[in-house]
Design a protein around this ligand. Structure first.
Ligand code: ADP
Length: 250
């Protein structure tokens, strides 16, 4: 057993949609600093699980705690976001008419309207934080380019940068490699690996080359029919009979 307290702990979560059980007695625990990959066939409940964490939907039963003391089931989506749980959806949602830097500033400021009153008098520490994030996401040279002009991969990195600007403690990242070239995918893996430890990250992903890249020595969770089918090192998981069966069909 680890001595680390869990950053996120779900116990006995259940969620049905009109009689269909999308999440079934789900237990899940995440330590601070982990980079955890969650895989599973379509319909396994991955998106629903992220929806439960972010408060987008509420479960029928079970418990869900963040940093031990925060009962997420008693909080709304905005309160959960304010706690430091940030989510990146599969499709990039950046402000295309604003520059890369402005997009980061919008996340720092928290909202567009706040940004309008802040612009022009950005604090020095915010400038420094943005420079640091730009370096991390390797977009320093594109800082003044319109976000809409970025390549697909760069938009995804900007969105990860926006989660960093929000100071998210837990980053939920939905299929970051979707639609990327092999090189972009590899660079995304390197970015996530560089953030692990300092941040806690949950990645949902299908691309097994990418999963292998980011999971060496880390735990991979396989969801199936709303429950954890198997959990462990990527080699163990990929060779598990049950996992093979689920992916190949019987
Ligand atoms: P995954 O992300 O692993 O593909 P999802 O969490 O999206 O799986 O979906 C799990 C199951 O729950 C699917 O069968 C899906 O059709 C169903 N589901 C998800 N959200 C809803 C909803 N709002 N209403 C009805 N069914 C839903």
């Amino acid at each position: 057993m680890s001595m680390q307290p869990y950053l996120l702990a779900a116990e006995g979560l259940n969620k049905s949609f009109s009689g269909f059980q999308a999440i079934r007695d789900l237990n899940f625990a995440l330590e601070k600093g982990e980079l955890r990959t969650v895989i599973g066939p379509n319909g396994a409940g991955k998106t629903t699980f992220l929806d439960l964490i972010t408060g987008r939907t509420k479960p029928d039963s079970g418990t869900l705690h963040f940093e031990q003391t925060h009962d997420l089931l008693r909080m709304n989506e905005y309160q959960i976001y304010r706690l430091g749980i940030g989510r990146k959806f599969q499709t990039p949602t950046v402000y295309t008419d604003h520059s890369v830097r402005e997009n980061l500033l919008l996340s720092l400021a928290g909202s567009r309207s706040i940004w309008h009153s802040l612009v022009g008098r950005v604090k020095r520490e915010q400038e420094e934080r943005m420079d640091e994030i730009l370096q991390t996401i390797k977009l320093t040279e594109r800082a003044h380019a319109k976000a809409g002009s970025l390549a697909h991969g760069q938009k995804q990195w900007l969105e990860i940068g926006m989660l960093l600007a929000q100071d998210a403690k837990l980053l939920l990242v939905d299929e970051p490699a979707a639609g990327m070239t092999d090189e972009e995918t590899h660079r995304t893996g390197e970015l996530l690996l560089s953030l692990a430890g300092k941040h806690t990250i949950v990645v949902i992903e299908h691309d097994m080359t990418f999963v292998r890249q980011i999971s060496q020595g880390r735990i991979v969770t396989v969801l199936h029919q709303g429950n954890v089918l198997c959990e462990g090192a990527v080699d163990k998981v990929q060779n598990d009979e049950r996992v093979i069966e689920v992916y190949l069909g019987r």
